[in-house]
Design a protein around this ligand. Structure first.
Ligand code: 5RP
Length: 222
């Protein structure tokens, strides 16, 4: 039986086919993305440059001599490639297990197409089993947590973790995310919330899933 990492690698290697040459692309964060950067580097495919969402991804881009560019220096990105903690059949996702979901949502927003790469365990019929990461301004942490509790979740501070933008993460357990679009907007409306990890407004266009039978390419509603 293939390991979870084997399945992540299968998805990541297949996703290289979705990268157009001579374009700018966006790169997410996480172990699946690490396999993707490695596969892209080894493929010899030439891109104009990549916008990174974390230091870990930037370091790996440098190791494979893939040029990094700032989002502020490009007009837009052809594709964005990133992993997910959960992805449903509409290709809406929960992300932010690595705490990078604010940068990830910004770069996804700047991209024409979102290619999600994941191992088969991430593909679910309903979002919400994975605790939802919510990035909060530190002084609002307790106030926002009380409001998340009132929304039916169990908020838990990610202790000892600070985001790239100097904020904190509250991981919310047990939320009923049967309406991802509504939930994404409702949480983002709370004063003090910077961004939450539901990607319904920025759902993926394509899911490349690593399975025991190889890579499967899935479109919304499949
Ligand atoms: C980071 C993310 C990652 O994409 C998500 O946590 C999946 O990570 P991995 O590929 O390591 O399973 O959203 O903020």
């Amino acid at each position: 039986m293939a390991s979870q990492d084997d399945l992540k690698r299968i998805a990541a290697e297949k996703a290289v086919e979705f990268v157009p040459e001579n374009e700018y692309i966006g790169i997410g964060t996480g172990s699946t993305v690490n396999f993707f950067i490695e596969a892209l580097g080894k493929s010899g495919k030439k891109i104009k440059g990549a916008v990174s969402t974390s230091k870990a991804s930037s370091d790996l881009l440098a190791r494979y001599e893939i040029p990094e560019v700032s989002l502020n220096d490009v007009m837009g990105l052809a594709v964005y490639v990133d992993g997910a903690d959960e992805v449903n059949h509409s290709l809406q996702m929960v992300k932010g297990g690595g705490g990078a979901h604010l940068n990830e949502k910004i770069v996804a927003n700047a991209s024409e197409k979102f290619i999600c790469i994941a191992d088969a365990s991430k593909y679910v019929s309903r979002l919400g089993k994975f605790p939802l990461p919510v990035e909060v301004v530190p002084m609002a942490r307790s106030m926002v947590s009380r409001k998340l509790l009132a929304m039916g979740g169990q908020p838990e501070l990610r202790v000892g973790f600070t985001t790239f933008n100097g904020n904190q993460i509250v991981d919310v357990h047990g939320l009923d995310i049967n309406l991802p679009l509504t939930m994404e907007d409702e949480i983002n409306k709370l004063t003090g919330v910077v961004e939450n990890g539901i990607f319904a407004r920025n759902a993926a266009d394509v899911l490349v899933l690593g399975t025991e039978d190889g890579a499967k390419v899935i479109y919304p509603g499949d």
